[in-house]
Design a binder for this molecule. Structure first.
Ligand code: SF4
Ligand code: SF4
Length: 682
C-alpha cells in the first residue's frame, strides 16, 4: 500500500454548525479589535498633520508617497523584522528574551497565515515535504516562544521583588521611586504574559490532541507535539474538540484585549517604525511664523499640538524601559524618566490634559537632548521632539527663569551664549596670523570657532590647535571673527525657537556674503546645527567636524596621527558626534595606537550633561551626569582623557578633578594630541 502523503485535515471531526459557530465568534472578536483600533486612530487624529514626506494625507486616509513607501519598507525590515534596536541593546535589558518571543510569535503568526491561505485559497500546498518542514519549524519556534515567555515572567518577578524591597527601605518616596524604575509593573503585565503562555501552551496541546485522536506515520515532524501525544495516549473526537475550543478561547481573548494592553505594540510598532519622521536624529522641527499666527501659540501645550505620528508612536511604546536605562538624567537620580514621558503623552492624549501637567516641569528641564533614549527605542519614538516642543511652549509663556533664561538673554544681546562681546571672538587670534573672511583672501574651509571655542580658556586651546594643524596641513581656511554669531543651538534646545531662527538667519546671510561652501568646526553642537538644521534657512554647504577633516588629512599624509600608547588614553565620544551624527571612526583615526574604550562608547556614549542648554543651568553636585561619566572614563585606567567637544571638556574638567584630586589626569581635545604629534612639522 502506498504510504499516506504528509498533510493534515482542517476542522477535524467538526460538523457544519460547529464551524459556523467558530466563524461567528472569530469575526465578532476581529470586529471588536478593529473597533478599538479605530477608537485610537480618532485620538491620534487630534494631532497636527505630519511634516515629512512619508505620507500623503487625505481627509480620512493616509497613503504613502513613492519615497515614503521605500522608507516604510526599509524601516519595517530593519527595525521590526530585523529587530535592530533590540539586538543592539544590552542583554541585561532582556534583549535575548524579547528576540525569542518575537521570532517565536512571528513564526507562529506566519504558520497560521499560511494555513489559512491553504484552507481558503484555491491552491492546496499544505502537504508533502513542505508540510514536514512547516511542522518542524513551527514546533521548534513554538518552544522558543514559550521559553521566552517563561523567561520574561521570571525576569519581571525578580525585578518586582527587588523594587518592593527597595521601596520598603525608602517608603516615604515610594511614588517617586516607582516613577523612576525603568521596568514598571502593572497587574496587566502578568496577565499579558499569562495570556501569551496559554496561547503557546494550548497550541502544543492541540497539536498533541490531533496526533492522539488521529495518529499519522509522519507525526515525528512535530517532535514536541509528538512527544506529548505519546505521553497522553489515544484521544476520542469529543476530547479532541474540547481541546480545540479551549485553545480558541485564548485566541479570542487575545484579539479582544490586544489593543488595551501593552502587547498592542505587536501592531503599533509596525506603524510607528514605518512612519517615523525621515529626518536626522539631530534635526528639530522648524516652527514657522504662519503656524504661530494660526495657532496663536508656540510649541506644544496640548497633545493636539504634537503630530499624529508622535501621538501614535506613544501608543506603540512597549514599556521596555530601554530609554530610561540609558538616560543620563535618570541615572543620576533626576525626576526625568523618558519612558514615563511617553506614558504621560498617552495619558494626556486620552484625557485631553496639558502635556506639562502630566510630564512635570522638573522632568522637562532636566533633559540634555543627548538622544540616548531615541537611539535605544525599539519602536523609534522621538522623545526629544516632544520634550523640546513642550519646552518651547513653556519658554513662550515665560516659564523659564534662572541661569537658563540668562543664557538666552545673553545670546540675544551679544550673539554669544556666555555674554561675551562680539569683538572678543578675535582675542584668541592675537599673534597667530589667522586669516579672516573679511580680508578677502581665498579659502576652502570656513573655520567655525563657536562661542566656547572663542572665549572659554580651555576651549581656546583646542581652537588654537585646530588653526595650527590646518596651517601645517596646508589647508586654506579663514575665520569670521566678530562676524560669527552663536549658531543658536543651546537656545533652540532650551525652547527659544525664534532666537535660534534669528541667529541662523544672521549666520546664513554671512555664509552667503562670503560664498561659504565648506565649514569645519571643533564643536559637535555647532556641527549638528550647521549640518542638519541650517538647510531650513537656505544654507547649502559641506560641514565637517574637525576630527573628520583630520582623518582625511592623516590618510593623505598631510598630518601625523598621535602616537600616545593605547593604555594611556581613552576617548569620550560627544553625544552630538558619536550618537546623533553617527561619527565615531574619525576621532579614533587620530590615534595611531588606538584608545582604551570606556564602557559606553561610540553611538552608545554616555552624556556629560551639557547638551540641551543644561550647560548653563544649575546642577546639584550630587546629580551631575559628568561625575558618572568621569568615573567611567577613569575606570579604563587611562591617564589622558581625550575629547572632541568644548562642552564635554568644560563639564568633565570639574568632575575629573573632583574624582581624582591628587592625581594628574590630563584632559585634552584630540586636536591638541595631534598638535603635539605634528610639532616638528614645518
Ligand atoms: S535625550 Fe537624553 S537626557 Fe533627554 S530624556 Fe533622552 S536620554 Fe534622557
Ligand atoms: S519609549 Fe521606546 S525604549 Fe522607552 S519604554 Fe517605550 S518602547 Fe521602550
Amino acid at each position: 500500500m502506498k504510504p499516506a502523503e504528509p498533510t493534515r485535515e482542517e476542522f477535524l471531526f467538526f460538523s457544519l454548525p460547529e464551524k459556523l459557530l467558530f466563524y461567528i465568534i472569530v469575526y465578532a472578536c476581529l470586529a471588536y479589535f478593529a473597533f478599538q483600533i479605530f477608537d485610537r486612530i480618532k485620538i491620534w487624529r487630534q494631532g497636527k498633520p505630519i511634516d515629512w514626506a512619508v505620507l500623503r494625507e487625505g481627509r480620512n486616509y493616509w497613503i504613502p508617497t513613492p519615497d515614503g513607501l521605500q522608507h516604510w519598507i526599509k524601516n519595517v525590515l530593519t527595525y521590526i523584522v530585523g529587530q535592530r534596536k533590540v539586538r543592539s541593546s544590552r542583554p541585561t535589558s532582556g534583549a535575548p528574551m524579547h528576540l525569542m518571543i518575537f521570532y517565536g510569535f512571528l513564526t507562529l503568526f506566519l504558520a497560521t497565515t499560511l494555513l489559512a491561505i491553504n484552507t481558503y485559497g484555491p491552491v492546496k500546498f499544505h502537504h508533502g515535504t513542505y508540510y514536514l518542514v512547516y511542522e518542524m519549524v513551527a514546533d521548534i519556534m513554538g518552544l522558543v516562544f514559550l521559553v521566552g515567555i517563561v523567561w520574561a515572567a521570571l525576569r519581571r518577578w525578580t525585578s518586582l521583588a527587588i523594587e518592593l524591597e527597595t521601596q520598603a527601605i525608602d517608603d516615604p518616596k515610594q511614588l517617586i521611586q516607582r516613577r523612576r524604575w525603568p521596568m514598571s509593573h502593572a497587574a496587566s503585565d502578568f496577565w499579558t504574559l499569562g495570556l501569551l503562555f496559554m496561547l503557546g501552551f494550548t497550541g502544543f496541546w492541540l497539536e498533541a490532541a490531533r496526533m492522539s485522536a488521529k495518529p499519522e506515520p509522519f507525526d515525528w515532524s512535530a517532535p514536541i507535539g509528538h512527544f506529548w501525544a505519546e505521553l497522553q495516549g489515544p484521544m476520542g473526537p469529543l476530547a479532541y474538540k474540547s481541546v480545540w475550543w479551549f485553545h480558541m478561547i485564548w485566541v479570542f481573548i487575545f484579539f479582544c484585549v490586544l489593543p488595551k494592553m501593552r502587547i498592542r505594540h505587536i501592531v503599533m510598532a509596525i506603524a510607528s517604525s514605518a512612519g517615523q519622521p525621515d529626518r536626522p536624529m539631530g534635526k528639530l522641527r522648524t516652527i514657522t511664523m504662519e503656524e504661530v499666527e494660526q495657532t496663536e501659540q508656540i510649541g506644544a501645550k496640548l497633545p493636539k499640538d504634537l503630530t499624529r505620528w508622535h501621538l501614535m508612536s506613544a501608543d506603540a511604546c512597549m514599556e521596555c524601559g530601554r530609554c530610561t536605562e540609558v538616560c543620563p538624567a535618570w541615572n543620576v537620580g533626576k525626576l526625568l524618566n523618558p519612558k514615563q514621558i511617553v506614558q504621560d503623552v498617552r495619558t494626556a492624549m486620552t484625557a485631553g490634559t496639558e502635556l506639562v501637567a502630566e510630564i512635570g516641569e522638573e522632568a522637562l528641564w532636566a533633559c540634555t537632548t543627548c538622544s540616548a533614549c531615541m537611539e535605544a527605542c525599539p519602536v523609534l519614538i522621538r522623545h526629544v521632539d516632544v520634550i523640546v516642543d513642550v519646552r518651547r511652549n513653556l519658554v513662550s509663556e515665560g516659564m523659564l527663569s534662572g541661569s537658563g533664561a540668562t543664557m538666552l538673554r545673553q545670546t540675544a544681546s551679544t550673539s554669544n551664549a556666555w555674554g561675551q562681546a562680539s569683538s572678543s571672538r578675535e582675542d584668541w587670534m592675537k599673534g597667530l596670523e589667522i586669516p579672516l573672511c573679511r580680508d578677502g583672501g581665498d579659502f576652502e574651509f570656513l573655520f567655525w570657532v563657536g562661542c566656547a571655542g572663542a572665549t572659554d580658556p580651555e576651549a581656546v586651546k583646542t581652537t588654537k590647535a585646530v588653526a595650527e594643524l590646518l596651517k601645517k596641513a596646508g589647508v586654506k581656511f579663514a575665520c569670521l571673527g566678530k562676524e560669527e554669531a552663536c549658531t543658536g543651538d543651546p537656545a533652540r534646545r532650551l525652547g527659544e525657537e525664534f532666537l535660534f531662527q534669528d541667529k541662523a538667519q544672521q549666520n546664513a546671510s554671512v555664509f552667503q556674503k562670503y560664498n561659504v561652501k565648506k565649514v569645519v568646526t571643533a564643536c559637535p553642537h555647532c556641527f549638528n546645527s550647521l549640518k542638519n538644521e541650517y538647510g531650513d534657512f537656505g544654507v547649502q554647504m559641506e560641514v565637517f567636524h574637525h576630527t573628520q577633516l583630520f582623518q582625511q588629512l592623516i590618510s593623505k599624509g598631510q598630518l601625523l596621527a598621535a602616537k600616545t600608547p593605547k593604555s594611556e588614553v581613552t576617548f569620550h565620544d560627544p553625544c552630538y558626534l558619536g550618537r546623533v551624527n553617527e561619527e565615531s571612526d574619525a576621532p579614533r583615526a587620530a590615534f595611531a595606537n588606538g584608545v582604551f574604550e570606556p564602557e559606553h562608547a561610540r553611538h552608545k556614549t554616555l552624556c556629560c550633561g551639557a547638551g540641551g542648554g543644561r550647560m548653563w543651568m544649575e546642577e546639584p553636585p550630587t546629580q551631575r551626569p559628568s561625575n558618572r561619566r568621569a568615573e567611567e572614563l577613569l575606570a579604563t585606567g587611562a591617564t589622558t582623557v581625550a575629547v572632541g567637544c568644548p562642552f564635554c571638556r568644560i563639564m568633565l574638567g570639574d568632575s575629573l578633578r573632583q574624582a581624582r584630586p591628587n592625581e594628574e589626569i590630563r584632559l585634552v581635545d584630540m586636536a591638541e594630541l595631534l598638535q603635539e604629534a605634528n610639532s616638528d612639522k614645518i
